[in-house]
Design a protein around this ligand. Sequence first.
Ligand SMILES: Nc1ncnc2c1ncn2[C@@H]1O[C@H](COP(=O)(O)OP(=O)(O)OP(=O)(O)O)[C@@H](O)[C@H]1O
Ligand SMILES: [Mg+2]
Length: 494
Amino acid sequence: MDIELQHIHKHFGPVHANNDISLSFRGGRIVGILGENGAGKSTLMKILSGFQPMDGGEIRINGARAAYTGPQAAIRHGIGMLQQDPLDVAAFTVLENFIYGQAGGLTLKRREGRARLEQICRRFGFSLEADTPIAQLSIGQRQQLEIVRLLSQGVKTLILDEPTTGISAEQKTILFNALRDLAARDGMCILLVSHKLEDVIALCDEVAVLRGGRLVGTRDMPATTGELVAMMFGQELPPQTRQPLNLEGAETVLALENLTLRGKRVIVENLSLRVRAGEIVGLAGLDGSGQEMLLRACVGLLKPVSGRVIVGGETLTGAPYRTFLARVVAFGAAGRLEEGLVAGLTLTEHIALVTETGALVDWSRARCHTQERLRQYNVRGRPESRVETLSGGNQQRLLMALMPACPLLMALEQPTRGLDVDSARWIWQQLLARRANGTAILFSSAELDELTAYSDRILVFYAGRIFEIPDASRASVDELGRLIGGHFDGAAGA
Ligand SMILES: Nc1ncnc2c1ncn2[C@@H]1O[C@H](COP(=O)(O)OP(=O)(O)OP(=O)(O)O)[C@@H](O)[C@H]1O
Ligand SMILES: [Mg+2]
């Protein structure tokens, strides 16, 4: 299947999100769609997959003009997109969900559906049980189900927007093998939007790079990370340097004593931890292994079953979140639009929530503050924009802009998730500056190199069990990967 995009335009108010983009994709190829946060990647992919109408331009499929509206119509044209947060009907089982997407709908015999599901899963090594309720699936399994559904609907072009966020290393290998196989054996065209350049290097045959809504260029792979970065940002980025900090004599900012935390899936038992001013503790592990619970317990968002939480020498166990906030503890949630930011509110309204502490909000002052912060934090968006219209990366920057300047302790869930390379570095510059002023930082991450690069210490979580790497500078990414998979035995740690 050959696809040609011709002179695609898309405006959102004054933002020219796609500006005269012409690109063609051929079957049998895996194409990386790259570009900084807000470059227009998701917009272009949503237009191609029918999730968004374009303002101008044309899509041609195998030489013929294709005009379609809506994702179902795009699927009939052979183009399907994997949504980052699949909208499953949660009360269904895997099989019901699979059948639901078929032509003929629920009338398709269950037995036929089951056989087809099992056949596709066997081919790709997907681990989907027909009778499992959707609610029990991991992010990686939900993604597998989406792929299986799109394939059984006859999709010939598969679009994936940042598909490796939140899935395990093993699931990533299975996903990448499936994508390679679909391109090589079935001649499918795979479009992969990603900020993870090592993934792009491992998988793609060619790349297209967007910047500021325009196409900057395309090239065949292989290319080095440096070459891709130069295309994306117009320059190579200088190597990252980090000032080691002498923590000797630094006071304890956070002490956890014999803490037991109970979540839906895991229990963390009897955890004791001391974090000193200026210390950075990285939390490694698959999603849902207990690290999120620890971060929440440190800021009063999760009540421990037993044990004590001591912040700045004061026992705060069981105190509400606002008491922790008053001690200048900051929290950054991974689910930006679920927890950190409020959809429907503008950027000014968000900034006003943290800067306007009086009973009455002075909106002109709030607007000034907002402009100042947006500039300082490099957020691409206007004060009057609603927060959900920001690109993923800009939402993350806004979240940083909402945090206090000199907190005692920051607890951050995946602070650079979805950020382009340059933005991720920028966030770390901000964090390292705070750490130099004595802020202690606890952060979780799925990126092993981020954990080894910035942590002083790493705690590896596996099903609620914890393994400590006391000197992160001596941890290798390989070793860390093994620990995350639960292979604690024989490892040299605490
Ligand atoms: N629904 C919308 N309403 C208003 N503006 C939007 C909307 N969707 C996207 N934009 C704007 O269009 C531009 C391109 O956004 P897009 O989401 O396509 O970027 P992206 O390249 O996918 O970025 P990221 O890497 O951060 O996901 C951004 O400036 C964004 O704020
Ligand atoms: Mg995007």
